[in-house]
Design a protein around this ligand. Structure first.
Ligand code: PXL
Length: 278
């Protein structure tokens, strides 16, 4: 069986343009066969809607893995997003038992943004996620998630090179290998990512002019695009650059559209993504 497929594990927020409803179309547009494992099903995401439903699918994970094993199904990479603490061990079992030998584990440690943890996440989860990140080939935390994993205060801006180096050193101490930190603002009016390449032991920065406003779900757009480009064999730095450029293109589709507060119209920018990876 052709095993060149990626597995992404995160929730389905039925409405809200985040997690699986973003990852699947992005990876598909990049020409990648994508298998999905929903960690939970929510009526909407938790970032601004009230009274959402939440169906936890944790106990389905082991049986799903057993079925894939029986069928001889394997994955060339696993990319994880919004998951629960108990699922982390099940996900490691999946990674150990149903992936090809050279498979990569790409972890977006989804748990917070803008200096706060998302609803339902606590310090215990942060500790579990730190252990999980140590098993990953690449981690994709935003600056809030970095601060929580280091047990430090969150800085909105003023991310000097010394600060970036300090955070990367802290994450490496936890056991992280390759790191792409998002939401880095080193220069006034710019925003981007800091990339630590474990092979070359070098840090590089990729930034673009900052688009004012708060745009929900852009972390998932970034991580999905990064995972796709990396799975296609592009370098860490090139994958991060493509992901930055597509995220910016996706934000531009929704710039100034206050009616569309819950996500960005990334679908409109998919033709640009297809061109970017050619
Ligand atoms: O975008 C991250 C995310 C994923 N899934 C759910 C969320 C969020 C952020 O709020 O609520 C359910």
């Amino acid at each position: 069986m052709d095993q060149k497929r990626i597995l992404t594990i995160q929730d389905i927020s039925c409405v809200g343009q985040c997690s699986l409803t973003v990852a699947l179309p992005i990876l598909s547009a990049m020409g990648i066969e994508t298998a999905v494992l929903p960690s939970a099903v929510l009526s909407t995401h938790t970032g601004g809607f009230k009274g959402y439903t939440f169906r936890d699918l944790t106990e389905d994970l082991p049986a799903i893995k057993e079925h894939w094993k029986k069928e001889g199904i394997k994955f060339g990479a696993v990319y994880t997003g919004y998951v629960t603490a108990k699922q982390l061990q099940y996900i490691l079992d999946i990674f150990n038992e149903v992936t090809t030998e050279d498979a990569k584990l790409i972890v977006d440690p989804v748990m917070g943004d803008h200096g706060k943890l998302y609803a339902g996440f606590d310090q215990d989860f942060v500790e579990s996620m730190k252990n999980f990140c140590a098993k990953a080939d690449v981690i994709l935390p935003n600056i809030t998630e970095c601060a929580f994993m280091l047990g430090e205060e969150f800085h909105v801006t003023g991310h000097t090179m010394e600060y970036v180096e300090h955070v990367i050193a802290g994450l490496r101490k936890i056991g992280a290998k390759n790191i792409v930190m998002t939401g880095v603002e080193m220069k006034e009016g710019e925003q981007g990512v800091a990339i630590y390449n474990a092979e070359t032991d070098k840090i590089s920065i990729c930034s673009r002019p900052r688009i004012p406003g708060v745009y929900h779900g852009t972390g998932d757009i970034f991580s999905s695009t990064f995972s796709g480009a990396y799975f296609l064999g592009k370098s860490l730095e090139e994958s991060a650059r493509i992901a930055v450029d597509y995220t910016v293109a996706a934000i531009k589709t929704t710039e100034g559209d206050s009616d569309h507060w819950y996500g960005v119209r990334f679908e409109k920018a998919l033709p640009e993504l297809i061109k970017m990876i050619q």
